[in-house]
Design a protein around this ligand. Structure first.
Ligand code: MG
Length: 161
């Protein structure tokens, strides 16, 4: 049986923080604000995976009141999510992530982002899509007040041995 899931996330863009997207540290004058590393793209993807398996959301799984997740590497959290999904008997088939950001240009980092996600999910890189778009200067992303991300994934029931 196949199931789909979707996730979205939004973080504020502020000075004095690193910009981390799909585990890639991207040189930029601002970074995303959050309790963890605020990797908005990985967060959207985690919610998509949890959604596909109807396992709640990352706010439930990794409460931001907990010190354990302060500054957490979101790829490590993604590893935990994929374990939970596997416990339900599912494995990912493909994922597609879209990052909405006015600046910086993300194209040079896309392949590294895809590889990071593929490595954690145990998927070939061809099954991992990461895209980026601007909003042509409109809205909070366009005004560089924040970044958002959306993700969708397909998971399939693993075959019984
Ligand atoms: Mg988040």
């Amino acid at each position: 049986m196949n199931r789909v899931g979707q996730g979205i996330d939004i973080h504020r863009l502020v000075e004095g923080r690193p910009l981390i997207l799909c585990g890639v540290n991207i040189p930029f004058e601002k970074g995303l604000l959050g309790h963890s590393d605020a990797d908005v793209a990985t967060h959207a993807l985690m919610d998509a995976l949890l959604g596909a398996a109807a396992l709640g959301d990352i706010g439930e799984l990794f409460p931001d009141a907990e010190d354990a997740y302060r500054g957490a590497d979101s790829l490590v959290l993604l590893e935990e999510v994929i374990k939970r999904v596997a416990l339900e008997g599912y494995s990912p088939v493909n994922v597609d992530v879209t990052i909405v950001a006015q600046r910086p240009k993300l194209r040079p980092y896309i392949d590294l982002m895809r590889q990071n996600i593929a490595d954690v999910l145990g998927l070939p890189v061809q099954a991992v899509s990461v895209k980026a778009t601007t909003t042509e200067g409109m809205g909070f992303e366009g005004e560089e007040l924040g970044m958002s991300a959306q993700a969708i994934c397909l998971i399939k029931k693993k075959k019984c041995e």
